[in-house]
Ligand binder design. Structure first.
Ligand code: IPE
Ligand code: IPE
Ligand code: MG
Length: 245
């Protein structure tokens, strides 16, 4: 894709449960089909030149759900990771995760580390799964580390800048989010990348995640390309009344 292609696309993959229920099935069926959509969109994104794709997979708040649903999501994650390793290698995709994975079973942690390790030299696109991720927790942890380093003299308070904060977040080294897509018709951010998406363009879709297609993805990118981003400044084309621009 051309010049205005977003570098970093983040997706809140919402609506799995409602989609399954609408078909008279269990919520877990929605997660299962949803995981297949992840593969399709990953492939599509790397194919059109997206450099960073970040997917909200499990939030710090999702532990409030029934244990059986959580167990299902975790077992699906294990299967997904093993199966998708091949796709990552074939498409030169670097796998990454953000969030506190220590809350997951050891087996899951090991697979996550292993896939990350095996794909670390791939460079077409970085796919990041947000797992047990919450932006408020991420920012709180960054504050704690900054305070500790300042106390130990590794950091001087007067030198703390936005760049310093960036480097203490788990998205360290990643560019800001350009486009944030949310499926499932809710219009909220649900504690996802609050800092990183400060100037992101939002696209909200009424479709549930299991129904989301490559063509919906391309449409969202097209919508992004039409948006005028100002970052607090003025449109390039606006002429002021005295003739200056
Ligand atoms: C998103 O779908 C997946 C996760 C949060 C794990 P939901 O499970 O939230 O589906 P709905 O929103 O209840 O339909
Ligand atoms: C956001 O969806 C989290 C993920 C997609 C992983 P939720 O379904 O948890 O969001 P809320 O609770 O409706 O805001
Ligand atoms: Mg939901």
């Amino acid at each position: 894709m051309s010049d205005k292609t977003p570098v970093h696309v983040a997706i809140i993959m919402d609506g799995n449960g409602r989609w399954a229920l609408s078909l008279g099935k269990n919520r877990t069926y929605g997660h299962y089909i949803g995981s297949k959509v992840v593969d399709k969109i990953t492939k599509a994104a790397s194919g059109i030149g997206i450099k960073y794709l970040t997917l909200y997979t499990f939030s710090t708040e999702n532990w409030k759900r029934p244990k059986s649903e959580i167990r299902f999501i975790i077992s699906l994650l294990n299967i997904y990771l093993k199966k998708t390793e091949k796709l990552f290698c074939e498409n030169n995709i670097k796998f990454n995760f953000i969030g506190n994975i220590k809350a997951f079973p050891e087996k899951t942690q090991n697979i996550l580390q292993s896939v990350t390790q095996k794909t670390k030299h791939n460079e077409t696109m970085t796919l990041t799964l947000a797992l047990n991720y919450g932006s408020r927790l991420e920012i709180t942890q960054a504050c704690k580390k900054i305070a500790k380093d300042a106390k130990e003299g590794k950091l001087s308070i007067k030198d703390i800048s936005e760049g310093t904060i960036n480097s203490y977040l788990c998205t360290k080294g990643m560019p800001d989010v350009d486009l944030l897509i949310r499926t499932g018709s809710e219009k909220r951010i649900s504690n996802f990348l609050l800092w990183e998406a400060s100037y992101a363009e939002f696209v909200f879709l009424d479709k549930y995640w299991p129904e989301f297609t490559k063509s919906d993805f391309i449409k969202a990118i097209k919508e992004f390309k039409k948006r005028q981003r100002n970052f607090g400044g003025l449109r390039q084309t606006i002429k002021l009344f005295n003739g200056t621009s």
